[in-house]
Ligand binder design. Structure first.
Ligand code: NAP
Length: 340
């Protein structure tokens, strides 16, 4: 019988600008049996996230990925062999498993995220949500809005990349707290889902309408909280429409992540004029609130007050194409690779 192999996606070359499938290559290697203290994991789901582009560019706080390396990423995995006293065969865990079908590692529950090994919360269903709405992106939305945004009922909340894993949770969490929520997204379908299913009060399709005009139409009294996932021109446009005392959460820079040009703007004058508080968000600072977030969001999901979208591809070979789609904004919902 043929021996089962570990199928992996490696970075073939570093893209200059937008990545293409040719920057990745699929390889096979022998599955490494665990040594003392290690576990052998079969990865069930792999999360693809925008920060991987910054790792490839060598400018992310969680480490870099060079040509020849297996791409990094969080996976939900089942332990198929354990030589660690605290973990047994059959346990389900969330590990830094990478873009591959099997991972052998020393589980490190106390390592800083995203290197930590966590047990899968059995209440999370479907399981893949532990990588999206009820995982790292969900926590980013929860902690960023709650702690940095300090929302109160009646606030006008604007969120960009609104249909994405983070943005869709930000908006729905804000709605559950009584805020008025306006999303910014890049297609009519995404905007329709946000208003018709996710309950947003409005949506600006930034590919169809100037963001400034959309904000004047939908937020005539200004923006109390801006949760920024994109940077660049959209951040600039929202900045100039901040209400007095606004809070701005700087979460991500996806509009600039494929550019090697230095990032310019927005003007500090916009924040001065609004007496705004601008906060940078690092989800890892709030890692201990993962269960609290999952419990809060699960209740909202069960009550039909929060919805999630997953953009699922089947098989590790599909990871490069799915990542290229994500970088081009063609994903609709949290990008997941199913390896089951
Ligand atoms: N600070 C933290 O700790 C932390 C943690 C997690 C994530 N993040 C950041 O949060 C942001 C969202 O992450 P996510 O996981 O929600 O992403 P996601 O689900 O993969 O969604 C990304 C979305 O961004 C939009 N986008 C892509 N290029 C864009 C552009 N040039 N201008 C405007 N929008 C663009 C696309 O939708 P459209 O069709 O709408 O353009 C795309 O679907 C990213 O910037 C990520 O790096 C930060």
């Amino acid at each position: 019988m043929a021996q089962e192999m570990n199928r992996q996606v490696l970075l073939a070359s570093t893209p200059d600008g937008m990545p293409a499938e040719g920057h990745f290559t699929v390889a096979e290697s022998a599955i490494a049996p665990p040594k003392d203290g290690e576990i052998l994991c079969r990865n069930l789901f792999l999360s693809l996230d925008p920060y991987m582009r910054s790792q490839i560019a060598g400018r992310h706080m969680s480490g870099s990925t060079a040509p020849g390396d297996v791409l990094k990423g969080e996976t939900i995995a089942e332990i198929v062999e354990s030589k660690h006293p605290d973990f047994k065969t059959g346990d389900k865990v969330i590990v830094p498993g990478g873009w591959q079908t099997h991972t052998t590692l020393v589980p490190q529950p106390d390592a800083p995220p995203p290197m930590a090994t966590r047990r899968l919360n059995p209440a999370v269903y479907p399981m893949s949500l532990a990588l999206g709405a009820l995982g790292m992106p969900g926590l980013t939305a929860y902690a960023g809005l709650k702690h940095l945004g300090q929302p109160k009922a009646g606030d006008v909340v604007v969120v960009s990349a609104a249909s994405g894993a983070v943005g869709s949770m930000v908006g729905q969490f804000a709605k559950s707290l009584g805020c008025k929520v306006i999303g910014i997204a890049g297609s009519p379908d995404k905007c329709k889902w946000l208003t018709d299913t996710a309950g947003f009060d409005g949506c600006i399709n930034y590919k169809d309408e100037a963001v400034a005009d959309g904000l004047d139409r939908l937020c005539p009294k200004g923006v109390d909280i801006y949760f920024d996932n994109v940077g660049g021109e959209i951040l600039d446009a929202v900045s100039w429409r901040l209400a007095i005392g606004a809070r701005v959460i700087l979460c991500g820079l996806i509009s600039k992540v494929n550019s090697s040009e230095p990032v310019v703007g927005p003007s500090p004058g916009a924040f001065i004029k609004a007496r705004a508080t601008v906060r940078g968000l690092v989800v890892y600072d709030f890692w201990d609130q993962m269960d609290e977030m999952a419990e809060t969001f699960m209740k909202l999901i069960e009550a039909g007050k929060m919805h999630f979208l997953e953009d699922v591809s089947d098989g590790i070979e599909e990871a490069p194409a799915a990542f290229v789609r994500l970088m081009n904004g063609q994903n609709h919902g949290k990008t997941i690779i199913k390896l089951l």
